[in-house]
Design a protein around this ligand. Structure first.
Ligand code: CMP
Length: 139
């Protein structure tokens, strides 16, 4: 994926709480264009594949359970400097440390149920976008 794209996923807690519309509004108002979007649900196995990089972490099993507990909304976004700007918009992983006005400050419940994911590099944006949408160069 080119450097002006990133990947995000609205997580089960935020979808279940009816916050996906408000979150997408914030994303669009911050200047991101939606390239691809769908609503889907992961199995625990697929969640484990997505987060394989965390397989050795103590929170991995709970994370796989949580991420497969309900529908999610994966999205590919486009904007100049997309990866870095999006991580600024969502705030720190732990909502207790997230800046005021960020998506996680407003909507996350805990370090695990933290409302939204954002890719941490162009390379991972490419890998994660492909995980849900296949060949992302098609968009
Ligand atoms: P995310 O940015 O999607 O990347 C890994 C996810 O693991 C993180 O958001 C949280 O949902 C979850 N997680 C749970 N516990 C922790 C922890 N202690 N540190 C980092 N991530 C955690």
């Amino acid at each position: 994926m080119s450097t002006n794209k990133t990947f995000t996923m609205i997580k089960p807690d935020a979808v279940a709480d009816g916050n996906s519309g408000a979150i997408i509004k914030m994303i669009e108002e911050a200047g991101f264009r939606i390239v691809a979007l769908k609503k889907t649900q992961l199995t625990p196995e697929r969640a484990g594949q997505f987060y394989a990089v965390h397989a050795e972490r103590p929170f991995y099993n709970d994370l796989c359970k949580y991420m497969s507990s309900g529908p999610i909304i994966p999205i590919i976004l486009e904007k100049e400097n997309a990866v870095a700007d999006f991580r600024t918009l969502i705030g720190a992983t732990n909502p207790a440390n997230a800046d005021e006005g960020t998506i996680r400050k407003l909507f996350a419940k805990s370090i695990e149920a933290n409302a939204i994911h954002g890719s941490d590099s162009d390379e991972n944006a490419q890998i994660e976008g492909s995980f849900f949408f296949g060949n992302v160069e098609q968009f």
